[in-house]
Design a protein around this ligand. Structure first.
Ligand code: T4K
Length: 392
């Protein structure tokens, strides 16, 4: 029953603001991109070459490595398996420091290698590993630092390399395709994700980036069952290859990246403009000096000032077909499987209880952002009414 005093929200009216769901992470595929992909697909069939280090995979590796300033790119079937190979090739022992505020994929790569994850807290301003906590956790058992670039921000690489004292610093760069920042040091290895929900997608896929020729060679054997030549196995391998259809999508997408990033930058600007008058919403900053890809737009919800908490806000937004996400909740240290590795992580807890990501790959950014922010405005004005609805 709709009461006349209820705000005009989907949870009361059963009429969502958007008829087609808006998803976090999914970028609208440009019609021209579809066409470019279909053309590349033709060449895959003409060549009759579908996988096993094909010509399109090789071209994609070269182009993505250049974008990120690395000598070598090693395309893989997804970032999780990419991380797994990287941890194996790095010959690590005992402990690896990593954030808990990440996808379980990062933690599971560590566990698959029989290593012990040591969960580190984050800086709540930019969600990157807290250098102070890394320093506290370093001990002779730690063999690597695994940083995670979150939401288009980049890990504090100079600080991490200095703290690591010769141990490899590996970066899970699943979120940071085409992000850049001036720095003195470079990670030993980075791993990008090309999942369908990423700014640059090959449907499923990923790429390992490195400057080390030996590591590159070893990784190429590892992703192909360990084969160094016909009938000659050099190392323990797996099937981690990227196929030519995925590579075709990647190559076609490269031409659209600049425009897509600019559209996302503008979308972020609009969100910030419309949300700034609303109390209790704290946008996660992009670090100064970082050129982001602006693919994720995230903020923290302060219930006392905003009127409702993050979880209730999620329900309201879903009632409008705005499929917002609470990346990453709970922190990995609070997941049942990871219980043996639990540590108190106050900043991670604070962020994962309050964080929310809004859709960014919008069909009509100017109109859609205004409409989404209007809903947030209504939430802040009618917190009590919405909480009553939730209690029933
Ligand atoms: N490291 C980090 C920091 C990561 O975030 C991830 C993955 C990894 C490593 C591992 O990368 P990969 O091994 O995947 O290469 C999604 C993605 O599946 C996952 O790749 C990603 N992180 C994570 C942050 O997001 P879910 O469980 O949130 O996806 P899902 O199915 O809920 O999709 C999100 C929204 O998009 C939904 O509203 C549905 C919609 N959607 C999804 C797909 C796949 C579509 O509209 N079309 C689609 O094709 O994990």
């Amino acid at each position: 029953m709709i009461k006349s005093t209820s705000p005009c929200l989907g949870i009361f009216t059963n009429k969502p603001a958007f008829t087609v769901p808006l998803h976090v992470g999914i970028s609208l595929v440009e019609p021209e991109l579809k066409l470019a992909f279909m053309q590349k697909l033709e060449t895959v069939f003409e060549d009759n070459y579908f996988t096993n280090n094909g010509p399109l995979v090789q071209k994609l590796e070269d182009e993505v490595a250049v974008i990120h300033g690395y000598k070598y790119g090693i395309a893989v079937c997804n970032a999780t398996v990419g991380l797994l190979l990287v941890l194996k090739v790095s010959d690590l022992k005992n402990e690896v420091i990593l954030p808990s505020f990440t996808s379980p994929a990062t933690v599971h790569a560590v566990l698959w290698q029989g290593l012990k994850p040591v969960f580190c807290d984050i800086d709540p301003k930019n969600l990157m590993l807290s250098s102070k906590d890394v320093e506290r956790l370093l001990n002779p058992e730690v063999s690597a630092i695994l940083g995670v670039d979150i939401f288009g921000n980049l890990s504090p690489i100079d600080e991490l390399v200095t703290l690591a004292q010769g141990r490899p610093v590996i970066i899970d760069a699943a979120h940071s395709f085409a992000c850049k920042k001036e720095s003195k040091h470079k990670p030993a290895i980075e791993v990008l994700s090309f999942h369908a929900t990423k700014i640059f997608s090959t449907f499923e896929g990923g790429m390992i980036l490195t400057d080390d020729e030996d590591v590159m060679r070893e990784l190429r054997y590892m992703r192909n069952y360990g084969f160094q030549d016909y009938d000659d196995i050099k190392t323990l391998g797996i099937n981690a290859k990227l196929n030519e259809v995925s590579a075709a999508m990647g190559l076609a997408s490269l031409d659209f990246m600049e425009e897509r990033i600019e559209k996302l930058r503008r979308t972020r600007e609009l969100y910030i403009e419309y949300l700034s008058p609303i109390e209790g919403l704290h946008v996660i900053d992009i670090n100064q000096g970082t050129t982001s890809n602006y693919h994720y737009f995230s903020f923290l919800v302060d219930k006392d000032k905003f009127g409702i908490d993050r979880n209730l806000l999620l329900k309201v937004l879903r009632g409008e077909n705005i499929m917002a996400k609470r990346y990453f909740y709970p922190g990995c240290h609070k997941m049942k499987l990871h219980k043996p590795f639990y540590r108190d992580l106050p900043n991670t807890d604070l962020v994962s209880e309050k964080v929310i990501c809004l859709p960014t790959g919008l069909p009509y950014p100017e109109m859609d952002v205004a409409k989404i922010c209007k809903i947030l405005q209504l939430c802040s004005e009618h917190g009590r009414k919405i909480s009553e609805w939730d209690r029933v």
